[in-house]
Design a protein. Structure first.
Length: 278
């Protein structure tokens, strides 16, 4: 992580699982988005992103049903996120604990009959805030230390749940990003493998901001190779099948390189504008 919809005529492809979540590095990726996005409805944007996901999957010989669309909505109001839910996104995520707490109950009214809202925490998580979301989220995407894993284990045990997590890897080697170094991944996995209330599902990374998404292809390729390598170690209780990588500016290349979760925010909800300070 950086230390820094829809009328009844809409039929979104059931092949793509959708997750509505919170933007992680919104400001940078907003710069790389077609301005037409802000003039389209949330449902139309979702449909367009899904089409690109399907194309990228086909190009790489993959199935669209194997790719999870994470629609990122940082700073967006409940009503707008509700449009995404009504367009088919029943899973929501945030990168801040406070936003999950603020939106958790209000979003319940948007849940489809017979289903519920599924929350994911994708942002940097402080150990002292784990207790607030341990019984609210389906997955934590940003585990990067033994200390954090131990706190998740402790709080999950208290609630008698098993928490799905991803290990965050700083594959780009940027000082401004959170995540373990690639070479430290195995050691962390071995330490977590003995924990009974944590299930490691895979890896996550936030790639560097680039003008051309092709520039991040190698980062994504290395993430896929790391996942394969870690699985080959046959660590007890560790069998990973998830790669969360690729955002609004580079998710197509990420899919071509093996992403199973892509995090798209601006491409769905439109650009964000931050007031000038001073």
């Amino acid at each position: 992580m950086s230390k820094e919809a829809a009328g009844s005529d809409l039929r979104i492809s059931a092949a793509i699982v959708r997750v509505c979540s919170t933007e992680q590095s919104a400001f940078h990726y907003d710069l790389d988005i077609d301005s037409e996005v802000i003039n389209m409805s949330v449902a139309e944007n979702i449909r367009e992103v899904e089409a690109k996901i399907a194309a990228a999957a086909a190009k790489s010989g993959r199935k669209t049903e194997d790719i999870l669309l994470l629609a990122v909505s940082k700073t967006k109001p409940v009503e707008l996120i509700g449009e995404a839910v009504q367009a088919g996104c029943v899973s929501l995520g945030e990168n801040k604990v406070q936003e999950i707490m603020d939106k958790f109950e209000p979003m319940m009214e948007y849940a489809p009959e017979g289903d519920r809202i599924h929350w994911h925490l994708i942002g940097h998580l402080q150990t002292n805030k784990v207790k607030y979301i341990i019984d609210k989220v389906d997955m934590i995407h940003s585990v990067e230390s033994l200390k954090l894993a131990q706190e998740i284990e402790k709080r999950a045990a208290q609630k008698d749940v098993v928490m799905d997590v991803l290990i965050e890897v700083n594959m780009g080697g940027e000082e401004s990003k959170f995540g373990v170094a690639p070479e430290e991944t195995e050691a962390l996995l071995r330490e977590i493998s003995v924990m009974e209330h944590i299930r490691v599902r895979g890896l996550m990374t936030v790639a560097p901001f680039v003008e051309d998404q092709e520039e991040n292809r190698e980062v994504f390729r290395q993430m896929r190779e790391l996942l394969v390598d870690m699985n080959s170690k046959k660590i007890d209780n560790i069998k990973m099948d998830t790669l969360s990588m690729g955002m609004t500016g580079d998710y197509e290349v990420a899919i071509e390189e093996g992403a199973t979760i892509v995090r798209v925010g601006t491409g769905i909800f439109g650009e964000r504008y931050y007031p000038n300070k001073g």
